[in-house]
Design a protein around this ligand. Structure first.
Ligand SMILES: Nc1ncnc2c1ncn2[C@@H]1O[C@H](COP(=O)(O)OP(=O)(O)OP(=O)(O)O)[C@@H](O)[C@H]1O
Ligand SMILES: [Mg+2]
Length: 109
């Protein structure tokens, strides 16, 4: 199993979901995050308080898929999230050592 973690623009979430659904991939977790890429996030200190001024709102999508669906999931992320402009995001793919469905105790795959 692979865990795919994609950081994408918030306004592209719907398109990424649709592209995943079109490939029969429905299980995912989504969170709102702040992030910086190569254009560099930075912090500023104002009256002793450090605040993050250049971290941009992004969405983190985690998708656990069977190995054979890895490329379909990556395709879906690209199809849904790519605008061609800086800030489209990045995607990481990880090998999952174990994944267990809590209700049944059986493997998630
Ligand atoms: N190396 C990284 N580690 C963790 N998160 C990252 C990394 N690179 C990018 N991200 C996440 O992805 C978001 C979007 O990154 P972004 O698309 O700007 O990457 P980039 O490498 O700067 O590419 P581009 O040049 O197209 O902007 C970031 O705000 C951050 O949340
Ligand atoms: Mg960038």
């Amino acid at each position: 199993m692979k865990l795919i973690i994609a950081y994408v623009r918030p306004e592209r979430l719907t398109a990424v979901k649709q592209a995943l659904y079109a490939r029969q991939i429905y299980s995912m977790s989504v969170t709102n995050i702040l992030g910086a890429g190569r254009q560099k996030g930075y912090t500023e200190t104002y009256r002793g308080i450090v605040s993050e001024v250049n971290l941009l709102k992004k969405i983190r999508i985690e998708i656990g898929v069977k190995d054979e669906l890895e490329s379909a999931a990556l395709e879906a992320v690209a199809e849904g999230a790519r605008t061609g402009r800086e800030g489209d995001g990045v995607v990481f793919v990880m090998d999952v050592a174990k994944a267990v469905r809590i209700r049944t105790g059986t493997a998630v795959n």
